[in-house]
Design a protein around this ligand. Structure first.
Ligand SMILES: Nc1nc2c(ncn2[C@@H]2O[C@H](COP(=O)(O)OP(=O)(O)OP(=O)(O)O)[C@@H](O)[C@H]2O)c(=O)[nH]1
Ligand SMILES: [Mg+2]
Ligand SMILES: [Zn+2]
Length: 325
C-alpha cells in the first residue's frame, strides 16, 4: 500500500465561500483548501467541485462541525463542465459536478417552457465522458397546458431513459428513485422545472427550498444557488443544482460533436466523405435521414446550432490568442 492509499479520502458534498464540505466517516467536515491547490495558471475556475474525491489532512474531529484541510483533489473519472460565463471570455472551465454515473435532465411539461437544444447539449456533455443520460419530464399533472413541440420519446429510441413525473402528485417518483439508487447522479435543468421538488418527493427529509415560477415570465426564480450532493436512503448520491439558463459544453471539439449524437451513426456510414460533418457536404447520409424524417428536424437543428456555437467560440479564442478549446 502506498502512502496515498492510507490517507483519509472524502467526497465533496458542496463548495462555497472558499471552503468545501466533505463527507468522510459519516460526518461532514468543513474544509479549507491547501493554498498550493489554488496557485498557478489554470484553465479551470473550479479547483474542487461537488462529487470530487479529496485527500484530507489536519483532521480536527473534536470540533463541531469537524474541520480538515483538502490536501489533494483526486483525478476525476467523469465530470459535467461548461464554459464559464462571459466574464472569463469563454476560455475558463467551470466544473459543475464530478465523478458522475448519470445526468438527469429535468424538463417541465408546463412552465417554464423547454428550451430548444438544451437536452441535446447536456447529453453531448454526458456522452463525452460516457455518463448515462436520463430525461425526466416533470409536472405531468399540468401537462396539456402547452402543445408538445418535441417528441420526447425520440430519446428513448436512442437508449436514454425517459420518465414522466409529478413532484406534486408523486406520480413516477418511485421510478425515478429506482433509477437513482446506488449511483451518483445530478439533476440539471432550467430554473423552476422542479428539480428540488422532485428530490423532496424522493426523500422528504431533505426539505429543500423550492420557489415559485413567476406568472408573468413563466420562469423560475433560481431558488437553488449551489450544487449539492446528498446521500440517498438506498445508497448512492444525488446532486441538486441551480437552474441553468443554457449550456455551453466545455472541451468538446466542434468536429467531434457528431460522435456524441448516437442517432447519426447509421446515416454517417452512407456519407460520401468519411470526414463528413453533416453540414454543407454533398451526399450526406445524415441529412438524407433528416429529409426522410427519420431524424427529426429539431434534433438536427440542435446539432447544427451547437457546432456553430462551438466553432464561433473557437474562432474568438484564436483571435484573442487565448488557450484553445
Ligand atoms: N404542478 C406542479 N408543480 C410543480 C411540480 N414540480 C415542481 N413544481 C412547482 O414548480 C415550482 C419550482 O419548483 P422547484 O423545485 O423550486 O424548481 P427547481 O428546478 O429546483 O428550480 P431552481 O432551484 O430555481 O433551479 C414550485 O412552485 C414547485 O411547487 C410538479 O410536478 N407539478
Ligand atoms: Mg431548486
Ligand atoms: Zn454526412
Amino acid at each position: 500500500m502506498t502512502d496515498t492509499d492510507s490517507r483519509p479520502v472524502g467526497i465533496v458534498m458542496r463548495t462555497g465561500g472558499g471552503r468545501c464540505f466533505v463527507a468522510h466517516e459519516d460526518r461532514v467536515w468543513n474544509c479549507q483548501l491547501r493554498g498550493r491547490l489554488k496557485q498557478g495558471r489554470r484553465r479551470t475556475q473550479t479547483v474542487v467541485a461537488a462529487g470530487d474525491r479529496v485527500i484530507l489532512g489536519e483532521l480536527q474531529p473534536g470540533l463541531d462541525p469537524p474541520q480538515a484541510v483538502v490536501e489533494e483533489v483526486l483525478p476525476r473519472r467523469s465530470k459535467i463542465s461548461r464554459m464559464a460565463a462571459r466574464r472569463s471570455g469563454g476560455h475558463i472551465e467551470q466544473v459543475l459536478v464530478a465523478n458522475l454515473d448519470q445526468v438527469v435532465v429535468v424538463q417541465s411539461l408546463a412552465e417554464p417552457a423547454p428550451q430548444a437544444g438544451f437536452v441535446d447539449r447536456l447529453l453531448v456533455a454526458a456522452e463525452r465522458f460516457a455518463i448515462d443520460g436520463l430525461l425526466v419530464l416533470n409536472k405531468i399533472d399540468l401537462a396539456g397546458a402547452r402543445p408538445a413541440d418535441t417528441d420526447w420519446d425520440y430519446y428513448a429510441g436512442l437508449g436514454y431513459g425517459v420518465l414522466r413525473t409529478s413532484a406534486a402528485t408523486g406520480e413516477g417518483v418511485d421510478g425515478l428513485r429506482d433509477r437513482l439508487t446506488g449511483r451518483t447522479s445530478v439533476l440539471m435543468g432550467a430554473s423552476g422545472t422542479g428539480k428540488s421538488s422532485l428530490l423532496n418527493a424522493i426523500d422528504p427529509e431533505l426539505a429543500l427550498r423550492v420557489g415559485e415560477v413567476t406568472a408573468k415570465t413563466g420562469l423560475g426564480r433560481h431558488t437553488t444557488t449551489s450544487t449539492e450532493l446528498f446521500p440517498l436512503p438506498g445508497g448512492g448520491y444525488i446532486a441538486d443544482s441551480p437552474g441553468l439558463r443554457g449550456f455551453d459544453p466545455w472541451d468538446v471539439d466542434p468536429d467531434r460533436v457528431r460522435d456524441y449524437f448516437p442517432d447519426f451513426t447509421e446515416g454517417a456510414a452512407e456519407c460520401r466523405f468519411r470526414t463528413c460533418r453533416h453540414l454543407e457536404e454533398p451526399q450526406c447520409g445524415v441529412r438524407r435521414l433528416v429529409d426522410a424524417g427519420v431524424i427529426p428536424a429539431w434534433r438536427y437543428e440542435a446539432y447544427r446550432t451547437l457546432v456553430r456555437d462551438l466553432e464561433e467560440r473557437r474562432q474568438l479564442l484564436r483571435k484573442r490568442g487565448g488557450p484553445q478549446v
